[in-house]
Design a protein around this ligand. Structure first.
Ligand SMILES: Cc1ncc(C[n+]2csc(CCOP(=O)(O)OP(=O)(O)O)c2C)c(N)n1
Ligand SMILES: *[C@@H]1O[C@H](CO)[C@@H](O)[C@H](O)[C@H]1NC(C)=O
Ligand SMILES: *[C@@H]1O[C@H](CO)[C@@H](O)[C@H](O)[C@H]1NC(C)=O
Ligand SMILES: CC(=O)N[C@H]1CO[C@H](CO)[C@@H](O)[C@@H]1O
Ligand SMILES: CC(=O)N[C@H]1CO[C@H](CO)[C@@H](O)[C@@H]1O
Ligand SMILES: [Mg+2]
Length: 678
């Protein structure tokens, strides 16, 4: 039997969660009531945290991967003494509440990552554990365990059904992330009903084959001692992550316990009263916490604050013994860029030979990798194509493999795009890193479940995406992105950059590194591109700029990436026919949109018609252009030059369209697009 106080605390958590959902008249009581023992075990017996300093660098990380059960997390944060009051709990799911409908890392102290889209949280946790292992390997010294913590996860059936989780946990097993401990809420229920409708695999066998240590607890509702023992067991295994499969009852205590009815609907008033009576609580009282439970948790909080103080003095000693390491540690945790970064960025002139932007990206990574030790990442098995591995790189691998070590910064993600992006989110959430992931631009579509969360979570992740158009050629339409950038540009808080040459590649990386609250997607070519007259890092940061200042142009050609130099050629053809065309390079719509209106008007003055050219969907260009060159269909399999001819993206095609557009607007006024007053 568990000591009485634990039972009281667990039942308090269950009743509070039920109250929270009932008050909101919306939410999910089942998972919180079933997972209350796990949460209580972690928050009261295992986790190292200081509720008064939620960002303490070496705190244990906790992720509720079944984010729909977040009433549980908010209740735990409240009990543990974080800045979540009983009144806050009463505002669950209401506008501007610190207790939003699913956990959001930027809304609530103590929430590490945004969860709710199933499978993401457990995958983020793999990133958190990678970050911990790498920082510990980098900064810890004998007698100074500056970074030393676990990552704990609670997840449900849904998380285990999602492909992204399989990608991430497979990598976690390979990497032997021994400080990652996942508690699986094995309640046999999901929304449609019993999991036997579609989920009959042996989860334990699957995780064993991934290289995880596994444990089973038969009665997660009542065997609290067994639960604590299992977590202790898990902590002892240091070279494998652990999965503890815990049999629970969804909605434990409710009249509908053990059924899908308690998954996502508030308990009725009578049911809540019944639950409280069963637990020995006053059925008339809501949001009640017994003094003994408050006391228990306030002692735990004080203990955490004490551990934090001890760590502070350890860090002070560390700082006097290793001053450079300590100041580097502080810089990285603060998310500040090193001063030398900007000078290290390569600059080019038009006489430099034509190079693919993916290759220019490799050159840049080689120049900055040593200056920017927070840069960590890799490719989804396209290192040779994507050119993302710098010369001095060491692989992030467990030492026993002989392939690298935890101090390494190059991650072999395998062909796991979605897992890669979710892991990058977790690494960002840890703090102290700028992670990157790489694949062909087209395959970022496999990862958008996670890249969308990079944006929502305000995470600085750099997505280095190569082979960025039909320009990749022979691989054909299966590999050629068409709609991809339009989708990414439509995603809030996402910086899309498609540089046209070497200076723009440097500018694009600088823009990506400089903003610590949003992800960036760099779209890079496979084919070689000339260095442009008029390009610069500074111009790139403005998002769009004319390559040449022209007093009175008849026409503007705006393009991104590989199509800018094609437009330069088109403008030369037009000049031969007496049409003066200004070429605007637009490496980033978002950066341009953020400029002052006066600047925007100098780039797109009223009365001058605009043609856009981009070798992908024309969708979205209507915002700046009166006519567009691009695709409205999928691409095709052929050499690059033939495809540009087929889809009408040659200097001649663009010049011909230019003549047509100029002719057309001779007889009517040119609509104002940029800076219209509504
Ligand atoms: C990616 C994604 N797909 C669908 C949903 C909607 N959804 C929320 S919970 C849930 C069922 C999850 O089952 P389980 O993890 O077993 O949760 P339990 O019912 O045990 O609380 C679904 C389909 C979601 N949140 N995320
Ligand atoms: C606690 O959070 C509230 C917002 O809910 C904020 O106004 C307040 O300043 C916070 N208090 C502390 C001590 O951080
Ligand atoms: C970062 O990007 C956001 C928009 O996504 C913007 O509001 C903010 O000003 C940017 N910060 C910096 C430092 O550029
Ligand atoms: C300060 C602290 O609690 N550190 C713990 C972090 O986790 C390791 C296990 O990996 C423990 O040994 C430490 O005590
Ligand atoms: C230079 C290089 O690595 N090129 C590769 C680019 O990617 C394609 C597709 O994987 C390969 O076929 C090329 O060899
Ligand atoms: Mg379930």
């Amino acid at each position: 039997m568990a000591p009485q106080i634990d039972t009281v605390a667990i039942n308090t958590i269950r009743a509070l969660a039920a109250d929270v959902v009932r008050k909101a008249n919306s939410g999910h009581p089942g998972a919180p009531m079933g997972c209350a023992p796990m949460a209580h075990a972690l928050f009261s017996k295992f986790m190292k945290y200081n509720p008064k300093n939620p960002k303490w660098a070496t705190r244990d990380r906790f992720v509720l991967s079944n984010g729909h059960g977040c009433a549980l997390h908010y209740v735990m944060l409240h009990l543990a003494g974080y800045n979540v009051t009983i009144d806050d709990l009463k505002t669950f799911r209401q506008l501007d509440s610190v207790c939003p409908g699913h956990p959001e890392n930027f809304m609530t102290e103590g929430i590490e990552v945004t969860t709710g889209p199933l499978g993401q949280g457990i995958s983020n946790a793999v990133g958190l554990a990678i970050a911990e292992a790498h920082l510990a390997a980098t900064f810890n010294r004998d007698g100074f365990p500056i970074i030393d913590n676990h990552t704990y996860v609670i997840m449900g059936d849904g998380c285990l059904q999602e492909g992204v989780a399989a990608e991430a946990v497979s990598l976690a097993g390979h990497l032997k992330l021994g400080k990652l401990i996942a508690l699986y809420d094995d309640n046999h229920i999901q929304i449609d009903g019993d999991t036997n409708l579609g989920f009959t695999e042996d989860v334990i066998m699957r995780f064993e084959s991934y290289g995880w240590h596994t444990l089973i607890l038969e009665d997660g509702d009542n065997d609290f001692e067994g639960l604590v023992k299992a977590i202790e067991e898990a902590k002892k295994v240091t070279e494998k992550p652990t999965l503890i499969k815990i049999r629970t009852t969804i909605g434990y205590g409710s009249k509908n316990e053990g059924t899908e009815k308690v998954h996502g609907a508030p308990l009725s008033a009578e049911d809540i009263a019944q639950v409280k009576s069963k637990f020995g609580f006053n059925p008339e009282e809501s949001f009640a916490v017994a003094a003994e439970v408050t006391d228990l948790y306030s002692k735990i909080g004080e203990n955490g604050a004490q551990q934090n103080l001890e760590w502070d003095s350890l860090f002070e000693k560390y700082a006097s013994q290793y001053p450079e390491l300590a100041s580097e540690f502080k810089r990285r945790l603060a998310g500040e860029l090193p001063q030398q970064l900007q000078e290290a960025l390569p600059r080019y002139t038009p006489s430099d030979p034509a190079v693919a932007t993916r290759k220019l990206s490799e050159t840049l990574l080689n120049k900055v990798a040593d200056i920017l030790p927070e840069l960590i990442g890799g490719s989804a098995d396209l290192t040779g194509s994507n050119l993302t591995r710098w010369k001095s790189a060491v692989d992030f691998q467990h030492e026993s493999t002989g392939l690298g070590n935890y101090g390494g910064r190059y991650i072999r993600f395998g062909v796991r795009e979605h897992g890669m992006a979710a892991i990058c989110n977790g690494i960002t959430a840890y703090g102290g890193f700028i992670p990157f992931g790489s694949t062909f631009l087209n395959f970022i579509s496999y990862a958008v479940g996670a890249t969308r969360l990079s944006a929502l979570s305000h995470f600085r992740v750099v997505y280095i995406m190569t082979h960025d158009s039909i320009g990749l050629g022979e691989d054909g339409p299966t590999h050629q992105p068409v709609e991809t950038l339009a989708h990414l540009r439509a995603t809030p808080n996402t910086l899309v950059l498609r540089p046209a040459d070497g200076n723009e590649v440097s500018g694009a990386y600088l823009a990506a590194f400089q903003n610590s609250t949003r992800p960036s997607v760099l779209a890079l070519t496979r084919q070689n591109l000339p260095h442009l007259e008029g390009s610069s890092i500074e111009n790139t940061l403005k998002g769009a700029y004319p390559l040449k200042q022209i007093e009175k142009a008849d026409l503007i050609l705006v393009a991104t990436g590989s199509e800018v130099s094609i437009c330069v050629e088109a403008s030369e053809k037009l000049a031969e026919q007496g049409v003066i065309a200004s070429v605007v390079s637009m490496p980033s719509m978002e950066l341009f949109d953020e400029q002052e209106l006066a600047y925007k008007k100098t780039v797109f003055p009223d009365g001058v018609p605009v043609i856009s050219a981009e070798a992908m969907t024309t969708f979205g260009w209507q915002k700046y252009a009166h006519a567009s060159v691009g695709l409205t269909t999928f691409g095709a399999s052929a050499p690059c030059e033939e495809l540009y001819k087929k889809f009408g993206i040659t200097p001649t095609d663009i010049a011909n369209k230019g003549i047509q557009v100029v002719e057309y607007y001779k007889s009517q006024s040119v609509p104002v697009l940029v800076g219209k007053p509504f």
